[in-house]
Write a protein that binds this ligand. Structure first.
Ligand code: ZN
Length: 360
């Protein structure tokens, strides 16, 4: 029985993070499924806002599968650095595109995402849109990915050491005894991943360290499966930061509704445009959070309906609650171009008050 993950103070937290990283660094490396499952687990926990998991936390395998689809969505696009005959990146050593049988079949998860994108057609640019506009196709993909997850990566995630089957194994994240090759698709979508007490919170707290480390490991695997040089320029940003592609239609509707001024400072974007770059991926001070919270939600909802685009306000809010409630003291928080404050208990409390006041 594993001890609760993060109740030994910071030394316990660091030990936990090392163990999680060792899962992807030392585990079996025949596919990108391990980093995918870990990243998806972190995202699922972060979407729950205040992580209260003294009793553990259950994440439905279907929810995890949806998150995995979102992760692979951009990755199955044609990669410019490949021969034209093979334009999607291989995601495993046995991922043989165009193959038909046995170990020469395309890897199941990227193939399911590929198929979903085909079914949706070019008008659907983002996975969030696919979920809303093509619910049947989306559910089909979720089912197929859930089955693949339940058969292998969920069963093998916590096995370390070179020999995948016989490696060292301790189920310190969740009890994995329900998973394995025998799980059918219809059973897979009824299962849950029951994270042990403290694990969800430790994953969210560790996300700023885990996320980049997992992305680098995933990119390195993809480079190897595709015999690309490593480090391959742009591979990581192709896989994980597709420059918000497909947001063009939303952009013009938003400019119509809210004007073309910079969201943060109000200056015309033509003459300004530097705020987002300066802010980068940092959180903002509570005052700026208020301008986000006080956007005209009715107008945004109308745009969302017109474009068949999920509004996701509550999802964003809850993700922000999770980010602020785990924000470490002393980290820089963005206030204006070149102006930063350091995170403190007061700043955290103020930010959470703004977010709570806008709860649906
Ligand atoms: Zn600005």
């Amino acid at each position: 029985m594993a001890a609760p993950a993060a109740d030994h103070g910071s030394a316990g937290e660091v030990a936990f993070l090392q163990r999680v990283l060792s899962l992807i660094e030392q585990g079996q490396k025949s596919a990108t499924y391990k980093p995918a499952v870990l990243l998806a687990l972190i995202n699922c926990c972060a979407r729950r806002g205040h992580v209260a998991d003294a009793q553990g936390m259950s994440i439905p395998v279907a929810e995890l599968a949806a998150e995995v689809i979102r992760l692979y969505w951009d990755q199955v696009r044609p990669y410019p650095g490949l021969p034209a005959a093979r334009s999607r990146l291989r995601q495993g050593s046995g991922d043989r595109l165009g193959g038909t049988s046995g170990r020469l079949a395309p890897a199941r998860i990227p193939a399911a995402v590929d198929r979903l994108r085909d079914e949706c057609g070019p008008a659907v640019r983002r996975p969030e849109q696919a979920e809303l506009a093509r619910p049947q196709e989306w559910q089909g993909a979720v089912r197929s990915v859930a089955e693949a997850l339940a058969k292998r990566p969920l069963h093998r995630l916590q096995t370390m050491g070179p020999g995948s089957r016989d490696g060292v194994r301790e189920a310190f994240l969740f009890d994995d005894s329900a998973f394995g090759e025998g799980v059918s698709g219809s059973r897979a979508i009824t299962l849950t991943v029951d994270l042990r007490p403290g694990v969800a919170r430790a994953l969210v707290l560790g996300a700023p360290l885990l996320r980049p480390a997992i992305e680098v490991e995933w990119s390195r695997l993809v480079a190897a499966f595709n015999t690309l040089a490593w480090p391959e320029a742009d591979l990581r940003s192709f896989l994980f930061d597709p420059a918000r592609s497909g947001l063009g239609r939303v952009r013009s509707a938003l400019i119509d509704a809210e004007g073309s001024g910079c969201f943060w400072c109000g200056q015309q974007v033509g003459s300004d445009g530097k705020c987002n770059g300066d802010k980068s991926n940092r959180l903002v001070v509570p005052g700026l959070l208020e301008s986000w919270a006080s956007r005209d939600r009715a107008a945004l909802a109308e745009i969302a309906v017109d474009l068949v685009w999920p509004l996701g306000f509550e999802r964003s809010r809850v993700t922000a609650v999770s980010a602020y409630s785990t924000l470490a003291d002393g980290l820089p928080v963005w206030e204006a171009r070149g102006v930063w404050r350091l995170a403190s208990p007061d700043l955290r409390r103020e930010a959470l008050e703004v977010l709570e006041s806008t709860a649906a």
